[in-house]
Design a protein around this ligand. Structure first.
Ligand code: FAD
Length: 583
């Protein structure tokens, strides 16, 4: 059942309390409530995901950030972006960021997971142990147009999230894939990026089924909302973790304070077993800091009593910088006109509604590429390759058949465009989340510190050069007219760096603000079983625990972490039943 205010709840004691009905939170809600003997409450700050076309229609997903389903955070001025502050989207809605993201589905290379295992000193995070959990998250479905595409079905799973390749071909798809075949080498074609090697140019796979977004809300939460032992409370924020006892000197946190507004009434809810923190990369460290768990000096400087001194809370924020490279093109088939012309837009939406077909069944990109930097890149002069291993990328390319207004520029009033979005997926810059107020309804300070290392800037320069090589190949002849805007002048490295700093934003892939580490180290926030160090009753399950930023889009990894957490929690508390998976 879904409740809209704390006073509607029939009880204030549950076995498990989940903070955040986001990507990871809903996996836990589904799996833990399989056992009818176990009671589960999910507390979600955001709103319902119902009746919102920006969420449901894949193409319109880009319109969801900035609306009421987004926390609408803004970063601190970013030195690496010429002191621009940028929008920092996070889902404020059932499904969390899986309800507003751009749907790309990557499970990460095998060596990424093996690296996690090294960093946590726990073999259970290595790929062979993780694979069964990944298979539980998702299954492959045919695309909207029912074509059989280039994927390897045997490497995909049998879980609730639907995954498909694009269902509406664009004029770019063949060009991208032909170019990758033609150039080869670092630009090679890869049939399926979800087979353990996330390198190469390929068809984009997305969390879409029947031309509709598949999120943790639709795949994991909705099918089990009927369960009597599962309550979901929306529009309510977790404001503080409360400790009222200790075990051998370790503070026990099993009471959660919640509220609906800064001045509103506070309610305390108790968990008989655990409080599971799934508030995401901003929400989780924010709540820990408000509760006196984090860097002692920082917490005390705001007058909050320090209860557990954990210096890493809110630190090591890592994110992927994104740069739109625009080109004017000789075509009238790009989506630019659909965005400018409201009757064309409505016709396209009507087509989606009536038949589940057309442009709107896909996100704005159908093809994607992941590359390593050249071995002799000057980016490696002072920095060894930070990627997890040889199967993991440094940079990424997404090909958009129109003007993707994700960066600093708005869509021009006339013209047709190609956007090549480039990103750095192995960044070395690290930022932070810190408190600016003891009021839980005041946003924390968000500083992803994008492009603050030499490596990151040089790697982004290489992405621009790689785009230049790619679009100079034969398949683009007579299609590309010229670079658009300031890109036209970015012909030297100095000019490229200036272009990068003026135009980069984020891909919205932040991780690592409560990173896990081996149990007995002084660094890290959780141990490798995701338990918050030096506490009892608290576990974190979301993107904040990632010990290293993945060299790919992270949502599938969040689902996978959550599926593994389910087993850890069930084992720790003797919770039973693993039901057949819902398709
Ligand atoms: C615009 C955008 C585009 C993206 N594109 C992609 C993509 O194409 N592919 C991909 O793989 N990844 C993408 N991502 C990233 C991916 O979606 C996230 O990494 C992932 O969903 C994070 O999952 P999570 O469980 O850690 O957090 P979330 O899914 O964000 O869940 C956290 C939940 O906790 C709630 N919450 C927070 N604080 C509190 C509190 N105090 N009390 C109660 N509730 C609270 C939030 O409202 C939210 O519902 C994108 C993200 C965004 C925002």
């Amino acid at each position: 059942k879904v409740f809209y205010a704390p006073q509607e709840l029939a009880q204030y004691r549950y076995d498990f309390i989940i903070v955040g009905a986001g990507t990871a939170g809903n996996v836990l809600a589904n799996r833990l409530s399989e056992d009818p003997q176990v009671s589960v409450l999910v507390v979600e700050a955001g709103i319902s995901n119902r009746d919102n076309l920006d969420i449901v229609v894949p193409f319109l997903g880009v319109a969801a950030p900035g609306t009421s389903v987004d926390w609408n955070f803004t970063t601190l001025p970013q030195e690496g972006l010429n002191n621009r502050s940028i929008h920092f989207a996070r889902g404020f809605v059932l499904g969390g960021s899986s309800s507003i993201n751009l749907l790309t589905w990557n499970r990460g290379s095998n060596d990424l997971w093996d690296r996690w295992s090294e960093l946590t000193d726990d073999e259970e995070w290595a790929w062979p142990s993780i694979e069964p959990y990944y298979l539980k998250t998702s299954h492959l479905v045919p695309p909207a147009d029912d074509t059989s595409g280039e994927v390897k079905p045997s490497t995909h799973g049998f879980g609730p999230v639907e995954v498909s390749i694009s269902g509406f071909p664009t004029e770019l798809d063949d060009r991208v894939l032909e170019t990758s075949h033609l150039i080869g080498g670092r630009f090679s074609f890869t049939k399926d990026l979800n087979t353990g090697k996330t390198l190469g140019f390929s068809h984009l796979q997305s969390s879409i089924g029947n031309g509709t977004r598949s999120s943790s809300a639709t795949a994991y939460l909705d099918p089990v909302l009927y369960r009597d032992n599962l309550d979901v409370l929306v529009s309510t924020r977790a404001t503080k973790l409360i400790t009222d006892s200790t075990n051998a000197g370790i503070p026990i946190f099993r009471t959660l304070e919640i509220a609906q507004s800064s001045n509103g009434a506070r309610y305390n809810i108790t968990a008989a077993k655990e409080i599971l923190l799934c508030g995401g990369v901003v929400g989780t460290p924010h709540l820990l800091l408000l509760s006196g768990i984090g860097p002692k000096n920082e917490i005390e400087s705001l007058g909050i009593p320090s209860i557990v001194d954990l210096p890493d809370v809110g630190k090591h924020l890592a994110d992927h910088p994104l740069l739109p490279n625009y080109f004017s093109v000789n075509s009238s088939n790009t989506f630019d006109e659909v965005l400018r012309n409201s009757s064309l837009f409505n016709e396209t939406l009507d087509e989606w509604m009536a038949s589940g077909q057309g442009l709107f069944v896909d996100p704005p990109a159908n093809t994607i590429g992941f590359m390593r930097l050249p071995e002799d890149s000057i980016a490696f002069n002072h920095q060894p390759n930070p990627a997890s291993g040889p199967l993991s990328a440094n940079t990424e390319f997404l090909f958009v058949d129109g003007f993707a207004a994700l960066g600093a520029l708005q869509q021009p009033a006339i013209g047709n465009f190609l956007t090549v979005l480039t990103a750095l997926v192995s960044p070395t810059s690290r930022g932070s989340i810190t408190l600016q107020s003891i009021d839980p309804f005041t946003d924390p300070l968000i500083d992803p510190a994008l492009l603050t290392t030499e490596f990151d800037v040089l790697a982004m320069v290489q992405t621009m050069k790689d785009v230049e090589v790619f679009i100079s190949a034969q398949p683009w002849t007579n299609f590309i007219i010229s670079p658009f805007g300031d890109l036209a002048n970015a012909t030297t490295d100095t000019a490229r760096i200036s272009f990068i700093r003026n135009n980069s934003v984020t891909v919205n892939h932040p991780v690592g603000t409560a990173r896990m580490s081996p149990k007995h180290t002084s660094w890290g926030v959780t141990d490798s079983n995701l338990l918050v160090k030096h506490t009892e009753g608290l576990r974190i399950v979301d993107a904040s625990i990632f010990p290293q930023i993945p060299e790919c889009h992270p949502q599938a990894l969040v689902y996978t972490v959550a599926e593994r957490a389910v087993d850890l929690i069930k084992q720790a508390h003797g919770v039973g039943i693993t039901l057949p998976l819902v398709h």
